[in-house]
Ligand binder design. Structure first.
Ligand code: HPA
Length: 269
């Protein structure tokens, strides 16, 4: 089944067309917990979807009303390191675009390349470096989705960024900004690689998001993306935090990010 058919399959089953799509990264599945009129479809039941194999990714599509706004959560994503082809990794984004969703919010967990971005930090991604050695748009271009050579200028929507900064100030939530660099994984980075990445201008390193964001731009969607720092990268091994400490930070940050996004969604709807 292709993404157009899957989009139609979902539209036939959901109560309304969602306004916003949200991809939930590692440890953030709980964001979809308190929605009204919730409608959960396991990926295994959706024609064309793959099974999610990554740990702590639950593999559900969750529709619901968030403060009255119809939204579509993807609880769990497909990573390149799991062995999927790029077109499979970005399939859900194309499905959302074909459903008529115009705004995509992406979240992930990352390692920090900068000392000031401590484990637990909420970082608004303001640009990225594609270091995966491939690109989700390689292959025949589907002109019904977008153009052959899409611009990556102001990829992370500047209007959304300003709005999110305002909300964070009002809600008393500390957020920072940074450049996210994507690697394929699954091996973690060496110390030399981390030093190289930090020197190239990256602040965070992770194994996702970039393919989805490139695809969303190709489809003409507006993008907002957040990363929660779960660990210092190999660059700072002397600063390693305990797993308990990291879980503690990630829990608080997850709750704050959830609150921030709820206000954001309400405001843009
Ligand atoms: N490196 C790559 N991906 C990650 C990391 C990391 O340190 N932490 C969370 N995702």
């Amino acid at each position: 089944m292709n993404y157009t058919e899957t989009a139609q399959w979902l539209k036939d089953r959901l109560p309304s067309v969602p306004q916003i799509g949200i991809i939930l990264g590692t440890g953030l599945s709980g964001m979809a917990d308190n929605l009204d009129d919730k409608f959960i479809i396991p990926y295994s039941e959706i024609p064309g979807f793959m099974k999610s194999t990554a740990p702590s990714h639950s593999g559900n599509l969750v529709y619901g009303l968030l403060r009255g706004v119809p939204v579509l959560f993807l609880q769990g994503r497909f990573h390149y390191y799991e062995g999927y082809r790029m077109e499979q990794v970005v399939f859900p984004v194309r499905v959302m675009a074909k459903m008529g969703i115009k705004t995509l919010i992406v979240t992930n967990a990352s390692g920090s390349l900068k000392k000031h971005l401590e484990p637990g930090a909420i970082v608004r991604i303001d640009d990225h470096i594609n270091f995966m050695g491939t690109n989700p748009l390689i292959g025949v271009n589907d002109d019904t989705l977008g153009e052959r050579f899409p611009s990556m200028n102001k990829l992370y929507d500047p209007f959304f960024a300003t709005m999110v900064n305002d909300i964070a100030a009002i809600e008393n939530i500390t957020i920072q900004e940074g450049v996210y660099l994507a690697v394929t994984g699954p091996s973690l980075e060496t110390k030399a690689e981390c030093a190289f990445m930090a020197n190239m201008g990256a602040d965070l390193v992770g194994m996702s998001t970039v393919p989805e964001v490139i695809t969303a731009r190709h489809c003409g969607m507006k993008v907002l993306a957040f990363s929660i720092v779960t660990n210092y990268s190999n660059l700072f091994h002397d600063l390693a935090h305990s797993q308990d400490e990291i879980r503690h930070h990630a829990g608080i940050s997850g709750a704050n990010l959830k609150r921030l996004l709820e206000v954001f969604i309400q405001r843009i709807s």
